[in-house]
Design a protein around this ligand. Structure first.
Ligand SMILES: Cc1ncc(COP(=O)(O)O)c(C=O)c1O
Length: 461
């Protein structure tokens, strides 16, 4: 057991249904890795003991949500669950038009279409998520990431490390008259689940309005961002997370939502916005690629579970427990001297791989190696957010590696207990003691775009 002594408060829920998990032998895991071409995305999920690959679509739903599933109205058009979802999203966000999508990336694709993105245009973000980047780049548009520079230093402790660099934003917009959208990711997943402050949001909003540029949120983790504002930003401590969320949304023209995170559902998403013309374009395109605009690629039951999840995710008891679980995991690892990105993020704890494995060069993908060893030795699946995911080949044929090499331990919502967290802390602590034995890895197949999902590797012996 871990010697990290701080205890978590009891969770604000009790268990009604369980899903067994099983620890297989190390020998079996070794074979599985080989068969998976050393890509953790190819490992059968039932062969994983603790799955920290993602917090996306992995939440445990409540009895209230499951009850809603039974109330699914599966009519093709105008099902009653849509109207319930629409009303709840309108109340939470204040946006007039609510368009369901089957997940976040469909929402991204639709907004790229509706804004007529092409080679002549540019989209600015604090930092893009990988699918967002892929959708925008596929349209031909240019991208700029303007998160504050401190975001790239894993040991600077800042309350709002997901903030946009406002000065730079203003400068870039002045120099380029082709900015088609500002997309602020709350919280910033790519930078380790770091929040954006209300002040920063309001500054971005001012600039967007001044230059008449559409301003949207990538709102996948809007509730976690709201809770950070409550905890850390002056004058918000007495506000309810729901009130903070409403204020945040009021600064933007709309949002793209992957509801698989802060919708507390296993599938779903939506676009919320005020602009009638954009909404019309999106709805017309929807019919071709997602489905009729009142179901957007989802079943009526999914819409109902989402509507209910959006109410639960803003409950303060839930958000407080979620925050404390992440703190417990992160502090437990720090207690074992494991180098992590600070401050601890809203949905994940991120290991700073360049400090964990300084002997492995980025060209040998140290983060990827770490995820493989973590699985082989302890049955834990985590994900690399670093050189495999974000390295770019330059025009001269050499590689440009990202400034951060992280291994993300993403915590599913309402799924794991303190005992599971203790197991994770002890395992990674032990691995850190033996880090000198870990070796790099060679990529033998590179599919190009979003390569982490399908690349193949071979251990360097
Ligand atoms: C910040 C952010 N935006 C967008 C997405 C894409 O959402 P989806 O997986 O639902 O397509 C993700 C997924 O992890 C994300 O973290």
């Amino acid at each position: 057991m871990t010697d990290f002594c701080k205890r978590l408060p009891p969770p604000p829920f009790k268990i009604k249904v369980i899903e067994p998990i099983k620890m297989i032998t190390r020998q079996e895991r070794k074979m599985i890795l080989e068969n998976a071409s050393y890509n953790i995305f190819n490992i059968p999920a039932e062969k994983v003991f603790i799955d920290l690959l993602t917090d996306s679509g992995t939440s445990a739903m409540s009895d209230y949500q499951w009850a809603g599933i039974m109330l699914g109205d599966e009519a093709y058009a105008q099902c009653k669950n849509f109207f319930n979802l629409e009303k709840i999203v309108q109340e939470i966000t204040g946006y007039k038009y609510v368009i369901p999508t089957h997940q976040g990336r469909a929402a991204e694709n639709l907004i790229c279409y509706a804004l007529d993105l092409n080679e002549t245009k540019m989209v600015i973000s604090n930092q893009f998520f990988d699918t967002t980047l892929a959708n925008i780049e596929t349209s031909g548009a240019k991208t700029r990431e303007l998160v504050i520079s401190e975001a790239f230093n894993t040991s600077i402790n800042l309350d709002f490390k997901g903030n946009m660099n406002i000065q730079l934003l203003e400068n870039i917009i002045r120099k380029n008259n082709n900015v088609a959208m500002i997309l602020l990711t709350i919280t910033n997943n790519t930078g380790g689940g770091q929040p954006v402050s209300m002040h920063n949001i309001s500054e971005v909003s001012k600039i967007a309005k001044k230059h008449k540029i559409p301003f949207f949120f990538d709102a996948a983790r809007f509730a976690e961002n709201s809770y950070f504002i409550k905890l850390r930003e002056k004058n918000y401590e007495n506000f309810k997370p729901r009130e903070i969320a409403k204020k945040m949304f009021s600064y933007a023209d709309g949002c793209l939502m992957s509801a698989k995170k802060d919708g507390l559902v296993n599938i779903g998403g939506f676009i919320g916005l005020n602009n009638e013309e954009l909404a019309r374009k999106i709805k017309e395109r929807m019919v071709v690629v997602e489905g009729f605009p009142t179901y957007g690629g989802l079943a009526g039951r999914d819409l109902e579970a989402l509507a209910r999840g959006l109410l639960e995710v803003l409950e303060e008891d839930y958000l407080s427990y979620r925050y404390q679980q992440l703190q417990y995991l992160g502090k437990g690892l720090e207690h074992k001297n494991v180098p992590i990105l600070i401050p601890i993020g809203g949905h994940s704890v991120n290991i700073d791989v360049r400090k964990f494995l300084p002997h492995i060069p980025q060209s040998e993908f140290p983060g990827w190696s770490l995820t493989l060893v973590l699985y082989e030795l302890y049955g834990i699946r985590a994900v690399e957010i670093g050189s495999v995911m974000f390295a770019h080949k330059q025009e001269d044929g050499t590689w440009r590696f990202p400034p951060l090499d992280l291994v993300r331990l993403a915590l599913p919502r309402r799924v794991y207990s303190q005992e599971h967290l203790n197991y994770i802390i002890d395992s990674i602590g032990e691995l850190y003691e033996n880090r000198d034995k870990i070796k790099g890895i060679k990529m033998i197949y590179d599919p190009g775009i979003l390569r982490h999902f399908t690349a193949k590797f071979q251990p360097i012996i």
